[in-house]
Design a protein around this ligand. Structure first.
Ligand code: TXA
Ligand code: MG
Length: 357
């Protein structure tokens, strides 16, 4: 398949390209486009055959449901049924934006889009290109992250081009995305709203709108735990892992630097390619020749924005062994650590312990 690639300026959109993308989607084709979180791989959510093409292009397990993207609040009633007040409150507070809600599905949404579930994930993105494409398609758009299943989600069009060229009809390049981590998912089908995937909209932000919010305990648990039964099917799959062996090192900054320097020295002596994921504040403390700053600890947003790009860079550079600093777990840090822990297969070591080894 020939994949057309178009660059679009979000502040001055080429509407011919947007209309063309809308036509491809309306005819059951696949178009990747930027959203404010990560790039999405879109298809007509109301057409099970179009959704099936997404699973094929990504190599995604068929039981992993897709998020349906809408451009207007009125569309919610066409996608979802039994919509609770909490959903309306959340929509008013956070839509358009990086929040996905799980609701009972309406009969119109095919089971092929929801992975066979009677619930549906709905999100109204805020990115102007995403919104324009949904409107132009005159339907609703199922869009998972536009990566090959298991790889880090794309934050640049280059990442989508790497994974999807030849597999989809069109890629819209709208530059680097703003947030860099996928949307927060909140399940509203139970008695108490539950966060199934942490994201930019934090628990604290949700609590300003809802009386009570719980968190799926599987979010920070390890896949091998016997209690690991995440409610979002996608959270059970291996995800984000670079090809190299990634380890997170916890502890005081000076202990972490000492520990990582010793470990990268050892690995280099064995002839392995090594890299360190650090921050602006700490990058000068490492002796390894490849030290990447993921951002500044003063603005966690910068860390979220660069995480997936850095994980992909490790593959491009064919790094064998990667050590990363750890991040605080509150607020946006919960989403950052959720992705980083998954990428590392939950391989975490304590800096002070390894010093005494
Ligand atoms: O930011 C985002 O949400 C991006 C952009 C493109 O919008 N999309 C995205 O989609 O991250 P995806 O498919 O990569 O992740 C969707 C997650 C999966 O973990 C899936 O299992 C879960 O949402 N999900 C979808 N429908 C669900 C449902 N009915 N019940 C529980 N979890 C659901
Ligand atoms: Mg994904």
């Amino acid at each position: 398949m020939n994949t057309a690639i178009y660059k679009i300026d979000a502040t001055n959109m080429d509407m011919d390209v947007i209309r063309h993308a809308g036509q491809i989607l309306a005819q059951g084709g696949l178009v990747a486009f930027p959203t404010e979180t990560v790039y999405g791989l879109g298809a007509d959510a109301m057409d099970a055959r179009a959704s099936a093409k997404i699973y094929a292009a990504k190599g995604r397990p068929s039981d992993n449901p897709l998020i349906v993207h809408i451009a207007r609040l009125e569309s919610l009633t066409e996608i979802a049924a039994d919509i609770p007040d909490a959903a309306i409150k959340l929509a008013r507070a956070f839509w358009p934006g990086p929040l996905t809600m799980i609701l009972n599905k309406s009969s119109r949404v095919p089971l092929g889009t929801t992975g066979g579930l009677n619930t549906v994930a709905v999100r109204m993105p805020s990115h102007p290109i995403a919104r324009a494409i949904i409107e132009a398609s005159q339907t609703y758009i199922a869009a998972p992250s536009a990566n090959t299943s298991g790889r880090p989600s794309p934050t640049l069009a280059e990442h989508v081009i790497e994974d999807m060229t030849g597999r989809i009809d069109m890629i819209i390049d709208g530059g680097k995305v703003g947030i860099g981590l996928e949307s927060t998912i909140v399940d509203l089908t139970g008695p108490i709203p539950m966060i199934l995937r942490p994201g930019y909209i934090t628990k604290e932000m949700l609590e300003q709108v809802l009386d009570c919010v719980t968190v799926d305990q599987a979010i920070l648990a390890e896949n091998s735990d016997k209690n690991f039964h995440p409610k979002a099917p996608g959270m059970k799959y291996k995800h984000y892992a670079p090809k190299g062996d990634l380890t997170i090192v916890e502890g005081a900054p000076e202990d972490v630097a000492r520990c990582i320097n010793a470990l990268t020295d050892q690995a280099q002596d064995k002839g392995l390619q090594t890299a360190v994921i650090a921050t602006d504040e700490t990058k000068a403390s490492y002796t390894c020749s490849r030290v990447f700053s993921i951002g500044t600890r003063v603005h966690e947003e910068s860390i979220a924005q660069n995480l997936f790009e850095i994980l992909r860079k490790m593959d491009t550079l064919s790094v064998d062994v990667i050590y990363s600093e750890s991040f605080e777990g509150g607020g946006l840090g919960q989403a950052i650590m959720n992705r980083l822990l998954k990428a590392a297969g939950h391989h975490v070591i304590q800096a002070n312990q390894s010093r005494s080894e």
